[in-house]
Structures are given as structure tokens and as C-alpha cells.
Design a protein around this ligand. Structure first.
Ligand SMILES: [Zn+2]
Length: 71
């Protein structure tokens, strides 16, 4: 079985991103969930990116705290 999004083979032991998330791989699902604002998914995706597992993933821009201008 392969991911419906990227075609990656699912459930490979040597590929932590190939985890089967209902027909799609965690590699795709994790990034989608992170983009949708899931903090737990984002934390995991961030960790995997730091390990070099997601070379093409770009962390979403940090929302700067509302500037306290006006002084
Ligand atoms: Zn995929």
C-alpha cells in the first residue's frame, strides 16, 4: 500500500515517515496537521525536520507577538 498523496510505501520499518495514517503517510499527514494548527503534530514534525527527515519542510513563520509600538 502506498500513500495516496505522495506515493510513498507505507509501513516501512526504515522510514519513520511512512507510518500509515489511514491510507496516507505520516510524512504528508503530519505536515498537513501542522499547517492546520495542530500543536502536537507541529512539535513532532519540527523534531523530525531537526533530525533531517523532512528536508523540504519549512517551519511556519512564527507569529510575532503584537508589537507594542506607540511610545
Ligand atoms: Zn505521503
Amino acid at each position: 500500500m502506498n500513500c495516496r498523496i505522495c506515493g510513498r510505501e507505507l509501513g516501512r520499518e526504515d522510514d519513520p515517515l511512512s507510518l500509515d495514517c489511514g491510507g496516507d503517510c505520516w510524512g504528508c499527514i503530519g505536515e498537513i496537521e501542522a499547517e492546520m494548527g495542530s500543536e502536537s503534530s507541529l512539535a513532532r514534525v519540527r523534531e523530525e525536520a531537526a533530525q533531517g527527515l523532512r528536508p523540504s519542510w519549512k517551519a511556519p513563520a512564527e507569529q510575532p507577538p503584537s508589537a507594542t509600538t506607540g511610545h
